[in-house]
Design a protein around this ligand. Structure first.
Ligand code: VAH
Length: 316
């Protein structure tokens, strides 16, 4: 039976992925971990700073972990405030996961990469799987390095590391967490609360995005795929949908016709302008049958329904 460790389990993706893993494998087979204990969490939880090699080794050994989803990292926008600290944290944690997995016989490791690995020197439309990677953020640099270390450990030690270049992930379960794409999370909260929204990107800034349930399903489908089918050991391009702030506003206005939005681009505009506008994910479709289920309007409906339920319960 699998025993699965999730690092960064209290984060935007970690919290939803942990629940999906508990449903599939049984709560007793999933060990959630993060820097702080999450009081609302139900299941097995360990406080863990993944920069601490011994602490990670103890948890992996004690629970006889067979798979690790390593989600702990500092995201693009937040990371630019302290570049060297972001590099240190994003890399040291991944090195610890790779080394402990190699030494203790962890069977499969999931590493989240990002479309942030791309820079302004590649075609921004339908950006190919094999592109020159020259990111403008330290987060992107750490993901390019991580992809290559994943590929190195696969080829040198036969460690089965798998990775996806996530687009911007949109979910209703958490507040924005320092990502350049997180305007698309915050905007739904403001609309449902009846507040105006001040967007830090230009109205026309198109970016690849994905609804969190699709992102979680993609991660789990990749981790279940037969190793022999996987031709990419750096990270797979993955697409859900692409939209701009003005397009998401149009979708939200179907439910909130009077929703007011202003556009005041800040430093995150330069980051967004360096990223693709759409992604070619044909390799993921060929190798492990990837297919998104959510488009913009379907996602808006789910986001609004869930946030209305949340804010009504908070107000009640
Ligand atoms: C970020 N949400 O904005 C993350 C993601 C593609 C963007 O990596 O940093």
């Amino acid at each position: 039976m699998e025993r699965i460790l999730v690092t960064g389990a209290s984060g935007q993706l970690g919290a939803v992925l942990t629940k999906a893993l508990q449903l599939k494998f049984g709560a007793e087979h999933v060990i959630a971990s993060d820097l702080q204990f999450n009081k609302s969490f139900k299941g097995v939880f360990e406080t863990l700073d993944v920069t601490n090699l011994e602490a990670l080794k103890t948890i992996v050994g004690t629970y006889k972990v067979t798979r690790i989803y390593h989600l702990a990292a500092i995201l693009s926008a937040k990371g630019e405030a302290t570049p060297l600290k972001t590099w240190e944290i994003n890399m040291s944690t991944f090195f610890n996961v790779l080394e402990v997995s190699r030494l203790l016989g962890v069977e499969r490791v999931f590493f989240p990469s990002s479309i942030a690995v791309f820079g302004p020197n590649v075609s921004r439309m339908n950006t190919p799987q094999s592109s020159n990677l020259s990111p403008l953020t330290v987060y992107g640099v750490s993901k390019v390095a991580g992809e290559n270390w994943a590929n190195y450990y696969f080829n040198k030690y036969d460690l089965d590391v798998r990775s996806i270049r996530y687009p911007g992930i949109i979910g209703h379960q958490s507040l924005p967490g320092g990502g350049t794409t997180d305007y698309a999370v915050d905007i739904y909260h403001k609309a449902v609360k009846g507040e105006p929204f001040d967007c830090f990107l230009k109205a026309s800034t198109r970016l690849p995005m994905i609804y969190i349930d699709d992102a979680v399903r993609a991660s789990m489908e990749l981790m279940e795929a037969p190793s022999k089918n996987l031709s990419v050991r750096t990270a797979y391009n993955l697409a859900g949908m692409s939209f701009s702030p003005e397009e998401i506003v149009r979708s939200i206005k179907k439910s909130y016709p009077n929703f007011e939005v202003t556009y005041r681009p800040d430093f995150r505009q330069k980051i967004a302008d360096s990223w693709p506008m759409s992604i070619d994910d044909s390799k993921a479709r060929e190798d492990w049958g990837w297919k998104p289920k959510y488009d913009l309007d379907t996602m808006s409906q789910v986001m609004i329904d869930n946030l209305k339920r949340y804010y009504n319960s908070v107000i009640a």
